[in-house]
Design a binder for this molecule. Structure first.
Ligand SMILES: O=C(O)COP(=O)(O)O
Length: 218
């Protein structure tokens, strides 16, 4: 039986792509760089914001210095606008509510920087009691390193076999596998279903109900 469900944030619990795209485009335009469509951003997001900026900058401009310049413009803008267009995916609040009622511990493991992760979780899921809400933190390697998953398992005081991790990208599928936990790919996120299939996760969920049904059987 599973006792702990850990979720990725961007593309899994929340559709944040439009706000991420708008804030990155804002920063790129400030320095005269070309912008991108929202759909292009689906493939830039997933490894934290520095990697997002490196991918969004034009060829020949991807230096660490430019990444930090974009970061300096992105953060204050995104901190103001990270909930303008972002929304939970269909059925997510009900899924979290049902799992919580069933006694499952819940947690978040995101590559989004910690401040924005905490803010969005508080704002969109005020009645969910999470065991841990972890974004990208100084000194902790980002996903697909399994350290964050292992830390949450310790905090929850459960076994690996009692843990499931759900996410929407190849980074998440690798994270779940690296941590040695049951892994669910959700197909409603930023990446195509085929990207998840390539990792043969324990389940590919097309709707929130698929996760509930799977956990009832486990
Ligand atoms: O900010 C990112 O790059 C991705 O965040 P996520 O881990 O919640 O998908």
């Amino acid at each position: 039986m599973k006792r702990l469900a850990i979720f990725d944030l961007d593309g899994t619990l929340l559709d944040t792509i439009a706000d991420l795209a708008a804030a990155t485009n804002h920063a790129l335009s400030q320095f005269g760089y070309p912008t991108h469509t929202t759909d292009e951003y689906r493939f830039f997001v997933g490894n934290g914001i520095n990697k997002l900026f490196e991918r969004a900058l034009p060829e020949g401009e991807k230096s660490q210095q430019n990444v930090l310049k974009i970061r300096g413009s992105f953060i204050p803008y995104y901190n103001m606008h990270n909930a303008d267009l972002s929304r939970p995916y269909l059925g997510i609040e009900a899924l979290l509510g049902t799992l919580q009622q069933n006694g499952m511990q819940l947690a978040v493991a995101s590559n989004k920087y910690q401040e924005a992760t905490t803010k969005l979780i508080r704002q969109y899921f005020p009645s969910v009691r999470f065991t841990a809400v972890f974004g990208q933190r100084e000194g902790v390697p980002s996903k697909p390193d399994p350290q964050v998953i292992n830390e949450i398992i310790r905090l929850a005081n459960v076994k690996k076999e009692e843990t499931v991790y759900a996410g929407d990208s190849c980074v998440d599928m690798q994270t779940g596998k690296n941590a040695g936990v049951t892994t669910i790919g959700v197909s409603w996120g930023f990446r195509p279903r085929a990207e998840l299939e390539a990792y043969s996760p324990d389940l590919i969920a097309d709707r929130c109900e698929d996760i509930l049904r799977f956990l009832q059987q486990e």
